[in-house]
Design a protein around this ligand. Structure first.
Ligand code: ZN
Length: 497
C-alpha cells in the first residue's frame, strides 16, 4: 500500500513538473519570445504535449488506483491523500477517453487557427477564418463523441473548465440574469464622458501603482513576477512561483484593474496548501472559482468607495495634471459607469454579463449543430443588438473580437459570468466574518480578507469538486440574486450622490 501510494505520488509529481514546463514555454512565448520563435516553440510544445499525454494515460495508474482503493476508503473524504487518489483517478479516466492522435491534431489545428484569427481580426474579415473555425468545431465534436453517452454535448466541454456543472444549470441562471441585466443597462447606461480618464498617464507611473496594488493585496516579490504582455493572464510554475502579466496604455488607467484581477488569480494559486505541492491538486479548482477571485479583487474590492478613499489620493498625486481637480466621487463614479459597448474586455460590471450570455448561446447552437459557422457572424450581430441595443459596426469588434474560439475554447465563457455572480456570494460571507472590513479597506489593509479567502477557499486547491467547494464556502449553489442586489445597491449609491 505504502509503496503504491509513493509510486503514485512520484508519477503525479513528474506529471506536474511536465505540465509546469509547458506553462513556462507558453508564458515565455507570450511575454518575451521574439516572433521568430513561433515555429520552433510550436514544435517544442507539441513534443512536450505528446510526452505529457503518454504519462497521463499510462496503464500503470489503473493498477495503482485499484491497489489504493482500500487505503482511500479508510481516509476522510477531504484528506489530502484520499482527495489526491480520487481526483487523479478522475483526470486519468478522462484523459484516456481521448485518442492521442485526436489530441495532437486538435492542438496543431488550434495553434494554426489562432494565427489565422489574428490576421482576420486585424482585417475585420471573417471569410479567411471561417474554414479554420469549421475545422475547430468539427474537432471539438469528435472530442465530445469520445465521452458518449452524454446528456448534452455542451456538458462535455464544460467538464474541462467546470467539472460537474451542467449546461441546464447555466441556462437557468442566465435566464434570470439576461432580462435583469438588460433592464439595468437600459436604465443606467450613459454616454456621458469622463475625459479625465483619457490620459495621458505615463506608463512607468502606472507600473509603479500596479506594483503597489499587488503588494497591498499581500503578494511578495520573492514569489511573484509582474510583466507586460498583449493579453494579460496569470500562470503558475510552482506554489512559490506565480507569474502575473498585465498591459499598459497611456490613454487609460485600466492597468490598475488588470493588476488587481490577475493578482486575484495569483493569490488563489499561491494560497493552495503547501502539502499539495507537486500534485495535480496544487491549482485552483475550476474556472468559475478562479474568476470569482479575480473579480472579487478587481470589482467588488477594486471598484468600491472604501478602496478608492484609500488609493485615489495616490493616483491623484501621481497624475496631478489630469486628476488634480477631479474629486474622489467623480473618479469613483467614472470607474463604475455603465456603457453599451461592443468589446467584452472593455465592458463594465453590469453589461459584461450580456456579452457572456451572447457567447454561451451561440456556442451551444454551434456545438449542437443548430447553427452553421457560415451563419455565425449574422447570428452574432442579430443577437448582440437584441441584448445590448446597439448595432455591431464590423466583425473586428463583433464575432472576431475574442481569441477563445480560434483555439477551440468552447465552454469557457460562461465561467466568467458565473465567477462574477459567485464573487458576490463569497464577498457576503467574508463581510459577515470580518467586522470592520470596509474600514480596513479604507486604510489599504487587505490582510484579514486575504487570510479569510486563503483559509476558506485557496488552501483547498482541487481537493473538493467545484460544487462542494462552493457549498462549503457560501452554503449553497450559485445564486444570481445577491449579484443583482449588489448592482442595484451600487446604482442607488450614485443616485443619492
Ligand atoms: Zn480572469
Amino acid at each position: 500500500m505504502e509503496a503504491a501510494f509513493s509510486e503514485l505520488k512520484s508519477r503525479l509529481g513528474k506529471l506536474t513538473d511536465l505540465r509546469r514546463m509547458e506553462a513556462l514555454l507558453v508564458w515565455d512565448m507570450q511575454v518575451f519570445m521574439p516572433p521568430g520563435g513561433v515555429p520552433t516553440r510550436a514544435a517544442q510544445l507539441g513534443t512536450l504535449e505528446e510526452i505529457v499525454h503518454a504519462h497521463m494515460v499510462d496503464d500503470r495508474f489503473g493498477e495503482l488506483f485499484e491497489e489504493l482503493e482500500p487505503y482511500a476508503a479508510s481516509l476522510a473524504y477531504d484528506s489530502d491523500d484520499a482527495s489526491l487518489i480520487r481526483v487523479a483517478q478522475r483526470d486519468w479516466e478522462r484523459a484516456r477517453r481521448v485518442p492521442a492522435d485526436l489530441a495532437v491534431e486538435f492542438a496543431k489545428v488550434a495553434a494554426e487557427s489562432y494565427e489565422v484569427w489574428v490576421t482576420a481580426r486585424e482585417d475585420s474579415d471573417f471569410a479567411p477564418f471561417r474554414p479554420w473555425l469549421e475545422r475547430v468545431v468539427d474537432l471539438r465534436r469528435q472530442y465530445i463523441e469520445c465521452f458518449a453517452p452524454y446528456d448534452d454535448p455542451y456538458d462535455v466541454l464544460l467538464e474541462d473548465y467546470e467539472p460537474g456543472m451542467r449546461t441546464s444549470e447555466i441556462r437557468e441562471i442566465f435566464a434570470v440574469l439576461a432580462p435583469e441585466l438588460q433592464s439595468l443597462v437600459a436604465e443606467q447606461a450613459t454616454e456621458e464622458e469622463d475625459p479625465f480618464l483619457d490620459g495621458p498617464f505615463p506608463i512607468g507611473a502606472q507600473e509603479a501603482l500596479s506594483r503597489e496594488l499587488v503588494e497591498a493585496m499581500g503578494a511578495t516579490w520573492d514569489q511573484f513576477r509582474l510583466d507586460p504582455t498583449v493579453h494579460p493572464f496569470e500562470i503558475t510554475f510552482g506554489l512559490g512561483d506565480i507569474r502575473l502579466t498585465t498591459r499598459y496604455s497611456e490613454s487609460e488607467l485600466n492597468s490598475l484593474f488588470t493588476a488587481m484581477h490577475e493578482t486575484g488569480h495569483g493569490l488563489y494559486e499561491w494560497g493552495v496548501s503547501k502539502t499539495l505541492e507537486r500534485t495535480p491538486l496544487a491549482a485552483g479548482v475550476s474556472a468559475t472559482l478562479h474568476e470569482s477571485q479575480s473579480r472579487l479583487w478587481e470589482n467588488v474590492v477594486g471598484r468600491s468607495l472604501p478602496f478608492w478613499r484609500w488609493f485615489y489620493p495616490r493616483v491623484q498625486e501621481t497624475f496631478p495634471g489630469r486628476l488634480g481637480d477631479v474629486s474622489l466621487e467623480q473618479f469613483h463614479r467614472a470607474v463604475n459607469r455603465v456603457r453599451r459597448s461592443f468589446v467584452r474586455v472593455d465592458a463594465d460590471e453590469t453589461s459584461y454579463g450580456l456579452h457572456v450570455i451572447l457567447r454561451f448561446e451561440l456556442e451551444e447552437e454551434l456545438l449542437s449543430g443548430r447553427l452553421a459557422v457560415a451563419d455565425l457572424p449574422d447570428a452574432w450581430n442579430t443577437r448582440f443588438e437584441e441584448l445590448m441595443g446597439i448595432p455591431v459596426p464590423n466583425d473586428a469588434v463583433g464575432v472576431l473580437q475574442d481569441a477563445h474560439w480560434s483555439g477551440g475554447g468552447f465552454g469557457y465563457f460562461p465561467t466568467y459570468l458565473l465567477g462574477t455572480v459567485l464573487s458576490i456570494q463569497i464577498w457576503e460571507r467574508a463581510r459577515a466574518a470580518i467586522p470592520g472590513i470596509d474600514e480596513q479597506i479604507e486604510r489599504g489593509e487587505f490582510g484579514e480578507l486575504h487570510h479569510w479567502l486563503r483559509e476558506n477557499i485557496y488552501s483547498l486547491g482541487r481537493k473538493l469538486t467545484p460544487a462542494e467547494t462552493i457549498e462549503r464556502v457560501v452554503g449553497g449553489p450559485i445564486d444570481p440574486q445577491p449579484y443583482l442586489a449588489y448592482l442595484r445597491d451600487k446604482f442607488e449609491l450614485f443616485a443619492t450622490v
